[in-house]
Design a protein around this ligand. Structure first.
Ligand code: SAM
Length: 236
């Protein structure tokens, strides 16, 4: 516990922001390795760190979506949100960088004929332009090295008028002691944080989406003790 508190202390006040350890570029392989460490306990860790209550609220929002057509999901991890999304999609291609997490997603989702699992880097995918009706990403944009690049790639592969749905953790609007508690749970659950963690406010994320060519149609802060942003944009 002493070691963890020392780490928290070194994070200064804004825990999530200070999870950043520098501006050195993180290669794709390092990122892949980071998220591949806990394929079997990923979901439990996630529920422990951010709280099941917040995850349920995120899922509830997604359940309210109307038909999304052909969907691509970036950073699907173990597929925690994929099944919910699949109910709203004609087809969904769930993608991630991590082979280990994709394997867990396959086991979880392989019975659903509407879901295909595929390895892709969200910043540079193999898809042709204007292929999808919707892009979905959960808890990804705040951990990628270049968030704008991921949004621009989303824009490229979306049809005109296509929809971008983002739900992602933030410490924006959290009480300072909840941020500290979240930091401690993070260290216990995941160990050292990833190299690139961005703290987005609703305005900051909306402005990034606008820069990538989207009109933001919905922006909402979800959660009580822990928080997530929920933004929907339409390709201009
Ligand atoms: C915080 S996890 C979220 C997983 C899942 N969406 C969820 O909410 O349970 C971030 C995920 O993004 C993936 N990821 C990170 N960088 C990526 C990239 N450049 N392209 C695709 N996936 C990436 C990781 O492998 C990991 O599965």
């Amino acid at each position: 516990m002493f070691k963890e508190l020392k780490e928290i202390n070194s994070m200064n006040c804004d825990v999530m922001h200070h999870f950043k350890t520098g501006n050195k570029p993180m290669e794709k392989e390092k990122m892949e390795k980071y998220w591949s460490r806990f394929p079997d306990t990923y979901d439990k860790n996630q529920e422990y760190v951010v709280g099941k209550e917040l995850l349920d609220k995120m899922i509830k929002e997604l359940n309210d979506l109307s038909n999304l057509g052909d969907v691509i999901e970036f950073g699907c991890g173990t597929g925690y949100f994929t099944e919910t999304l699949a109910k709203k999609a004609n087809q969904i291609i769930a993608t991630d960088l991590s082979d280990e997490l994709l394997q867990s997603a396959k086991i979880r989702l392989n019975k659903n004929p509407r879901i295909t699992i595929q390895k892709e880097n969200c910043m540079e995918t193999s898809f042709i332009s204007k292929k999808f009706d919707s892009v979905f990403m959960a808890n990804l944009i705040h951990v990628v090295e270049y968030p704008l690049k991921a949004l621009q790639e989303s824009h490229r592969i979306l049809k005109d008028g296509g929809v971008l749905i983002i739900v992602t953790y933030t410490n924006y609007g959290m009480k300072w002691f909840e941020i500290i508690k979240l930091g401690i749970r993070f260290l216990k659950g995941w160990g050292k944080p990833p190299q690139h963690v961005h703290t987005f406010s609703p305005e900051k994320l909306a402005s990034l989406m606008e820069n990538a060519g989207f009109t933001v149609e919905k922006s909402k802060l979800i959660g009580d003790r822990t928080k997530a942003l929920y933004l929907i944009g339409k390709k201009k």
